[in-house]
Design a protein around this ligand. Structure first.
Ligand SMILES: [Zn+2]
Length: 240
């Protein structure tokens, strides 16, 4: 009986066992919990945004077009990291358009990647464009929360209070998957970054694990909100 059930689940691509666990930290459960929290922050409103976790050679991805706060573990897609084939593909959903962007982060060693449509991130991209031009990145210094961001890939520890935080900005495209090339170019140009802003769209943030991706995303959102408020008050982001 077990053998028949396994064969059936493989044939229809559902591979239910990959998303069925009582462990709240299992990626399929964890993505749902995180997205419900992110919804309350305005990060994944109206089915936008998403989250993906790498678990060994398995990539767990929230689907496209679903209400992220109502997602269930059975809604989650699972991809094999090595051959990029779906091990689980729920028939009722479309794969996330963010998938190639998440994979770009995992290829660089990330364990989790979060994509938000945060209004603070969007506003910062508009302020940088207006005041510093399209080629400029977001730069800020002497803000305590900068300490929540790592120094860079392969470097020990986080940025210090007097370090300057730089987050590259790429231009938006009509289709989300078409952002992949410019995201990868930004990752190469700014090898220390753990985040890339997308103009008029939001941000991609990744980290070595779920804990780091989440806290970095929170720190950046705090800094972006602060930066928008500072701009309103005529305060400068940097001393130069
Ligand atoms: Zn998006």
């Amino acid at each position: 009986m077990m053998a028949i059930e396994t064969a059936m689940s493989s044939n229809d691509g559902s591979n239910h066992h990959l998303v069925h666990s009582d462990d709240p930290m299992h990626p399929a459960n964890h993505i749902c919990t995180l997205c419900a929290k992110f919804y309350t922050l305005g990060w994944v409103t109206g089915t936008g945004g998403g989250t993906s976790i790498r678990h060994g050679e398995h990539i767990y991805i929230a689907p496209s077009g679903v209400q992220k706060e109502l997602m269930k573990p059975t809604d989650i897609f699972v991809m094999d990291f090595n051959n990029r084939e779906y091990l689980r593909r729920p028939n009722v959903h479309k794969p996330s358009a963010c998938t190639p962007l998440f994979l770009a982060a995992f290829t660089r060693g990330a364990g989790c990647c979060i994509h938000t449509h945060s209004q603070w991130a969007v506003l910062v991209t508009l302020l940088v464009e207006r005041d510093f031009g399209k080629d400029a990145c977001f730069e800020i210094e002497e803000i305590e929360q900068i300490k929540g961001i790592p120094k860079g890939r392969g470097k020990q520890g986080n940025l210090g209070y007097y370090d300057r935080l730089r987050i590259p900005i790429i231009e938006n495209t009509a289709q989300e998957e078409d952002l992949t090339d410019s995201l990868e170019k930004a990752m190469e140009k700014y090898p220390d970054t753990y985040a890339v802003l997308v103009r008029r769209h939001g941000i991609y943030v990744w980290g070595d694990n779920v804990h780091k991706a989440k806290t970095q995303c929170e720190s950046l959102d705090y800094i972006f909100q602060l930066a928008v408020e500072m701009k309103k008050l005529g305060l400068l982001w940097t001393n130069k």
